[in-house]
Design a protein around this ligand. Structure first.
Ligand code: HEM
Length: 150
C-alpha cells in the first residue's frame, strides 16, 4: 500500500516538474532573445544544435521525462496496483486512469508541436493527470475484501 502511495505521489510530482521545466524553457528563450538580443532561427532548435539559449535544458528534460520516464513510471504504478489490488480499494481503477491520461498527455505533447492550438489540451490534461494521481495517493482506503479478511 505504501509503494502504491509513493508511485501515485511521484506521478503527481512529475506533472509539477514538467510544468516547471516548460516555464523555465520559455523564460530562458525569451530572455535570450529580448534581453541578450539574440536571434532564433530554425537551426537554433535542431536536435544537434549546440546553441544554448538558456532554457534549452528545460525543453530537453521536458521531452525526455515526458516521452519516456513518466510514461514508464505510470506503467510501474499500474503494475504495483495489480499486485496490491486486494489491499487497495479501487486502486487498479485509478492506476488505469492515470496510465491512460499519461499516454494521452505524451501523444498531445507531440501532436501540439504540429498543431499548436492543441497545447491547450496538453495543459488541461496535465491538470487532470495531476488531480487523479494526487487523489489516488490521498484517498487510499483498504479494500472491503482486505477488511473482511483481517
Ligand atoms: C506528465 C506530464 C507531461 C508529459 C508526459 C508531457 C509530455 C510532453 C511531450 C512528450 C512533449 C513533446 C516533447 C518533444 O518534442 O521533445 C511535450 C511538449 C510540450 N509540453 Fe508537455 N508534458 C507534460 C506536462 C506539461 C505541462 C504541465 C505543460 C505546461 C502547462 C506542458 C507544456 C508543453 C509544451 C509547451 C510543449 C512544447 C514545447 C516542447 O517541446 O517542450 N507539458 N510534452
Amino acid at each position: 500500500m505504501r509503494l502504491y502511495r509513493v508511485l501515485a505521489s511521484l506521478v503527481a510530482l512529475g506533472v509539477v516538474v514538467q510544468a516547471a521545466l516548460v516555464a523555465y524553457g520559455i523564460a530562458g528563450l525569451t530572455h535570450w532573445i529580448y534581453d541578450e538580443r539574440n536571434t532564433a532561427t530554425r537551426a537554433t532548435f535542431e536536435e544537434d544544435s549546440t546553441v544554448d539559449y538558456g532554457g534549452k535544458l528545460g525543453f530537453d528534460l521536458h521531452g525526455e521525462l515526458g516521452a519516456l520516464w513518466l510514461p514508464l513510471l505510470a506503467l510501474a504504478f499500474l503494475v504495483v496496483a495489480v499486485v496490491t489490488r486486494r489491499s487497495v480499494g479501487h486502486g487498479l481503477r485509478f492506476a488505469g486512469i492515470v496510465l491512460g491520461l499519461m499516454v494521452l498527455q505524451a501523444v498531445l505533447g507531440f501532436v501540439a508541436l504540429a498543431v499548436p492550438g492543441l497545447a491547450v489540451l496538453h495543459a488541461a490534461n496535465a491538470l487532470a493527470l495531476f488531480s487523479t494521481a494526487a487523489y489516488a495517493a490521498l484517498r487510499l482506503t483498504p479494500s472491503p475484501r482486505a477488511i473482511g479478511s483481517s
